[in-house]
Design a protein around this ligand. Structure first.
Ligand SMILES: [Fe+2]
Length: 291
């Protein structure tokens, strides 16, 4: 049964969400909440577009799939779960991401809101049956410890592991990131049959280029500017480390992790009923005396 993929671009964060379906059964990969950091506004317009597509096509949403705990956008997984009842899956490496970030936000890593944030924790080689869809799980560590690829026939949803060939690969400087692991994960993808389609989580197209939701294994292995099939590991690791050293923290790092390690749920309301997202401060130099 042929897999159909419809991709939706969230322009403010450069994120692709994908709806993959066959035989009336669907999964959504990496849905996005709308969030304006300046005003604190959170909305579901983009996620409702996914629901409308599912409804128009007469599809049953069987699972929401997160490729990893994202640091650059807020996940709409919980919203889709509430609206459809579909369970939410992520890599079992989410536990280490939760353990790292929970204390930064003043949360107990054993908090039930974290422990129960996802319905399905997956590891390499697991098979998820989502109605008619048979999904093979590929652990793709490197960008984060919990990064997964979801392989459905000759399609793989690769998260941030790879970008379009002219953009390159994911950064590896987040907690749990590992350049050597990313090198191996990308080689694993590049060793798949050449006509396999790799579906991307982001695109940041330069002026004059159409944005791209996918790339074939053959094209990626031939043309990826950071890691083509003949790039030696040492060269990749050195170049990746040098590039990461100059990258700023993602603008939505703390808002995103605060929501995403909870499966897309917002932090609980505080006294007065208002919800807050926290920014842990890094107090440097003389600022230390300001407390
Ligand atoms: Fe990411």
């Amino acid at each position: 049964m042929a897999l159909a993929v419809q991709s939706f671009f969230h322009a403010p964060t450069g994120t692709w969400s994908h709806v993959a379906h066959a035989g009336g059964d669907a999964v959504v990969v990496d849905p996005v909440l709308d969030f304006d950091a300046a005003s604190g506004r959170i909305g579901t317009d983009s996620a409702r577009v996914l629901l409308e597509y599912l409804s128009q096509q007469g599809l049953r949403l069987r699972h929401v799939l997160e490729t990893h705990a994202h640091a650059d956008h807020l996940s709409a997984a919980a919203f889709l779960r509430i609206r459809t009842g579909a369970p939410v899956a992520i890599g079992s490496g989410i536990r280490s991401v939760q353990a790292h970030f929970a204390p930064l936000f003043g949360w107990d890593p054993g908090d039930a809101a974290l422990h129960d944030a996802f319905d399905t924790l997956l590891g390499d080689g697991d098979v998820l049956q989502a109605g008619a869809l048979r999904i093979e799980v590929m652990a793709l560590p490197g960008h984060t410890a919990d990064s997964l690829g979801y392989r459905i026939g000759d399609n793989v949803f690769v998260g941030d592991t790879l970008f379009a060939p002219d953009i390159g690969t994911a950064r590896c400087d987040f907690p749990g990131g590992d350049c050597q692991a990313l090198y191996r994960s990308i080689h694993r993808l590049h060793s798949l049959p050449g006509d396999t389609l790799l579906w991307l989580c982001h695109d940041y197209p330069p002026a004059g280029r159409e944005r791209r939701a996918s790339v074939s294994v053959a094209e990626s292995a031939r043309d990826n500017r950071m890691l083509a099939a003949d790039t030696p590991e040492e060269a990749f690791v050195a170049a990746r480390r040098a590039r990461d050293a100059g990258l700023p923290a993602p603008q939505l790092l703390y808002p995103a992790l605060q929501v995403n390690i909870r499966g897309g749920r917002l932090p609980p309301a505080e006294a007065g009923g208002r919800r807050y997202l926290r920014t842990p401060l890094r107090v440097e130099g003389d600022a230390d005396g300001l407390g």
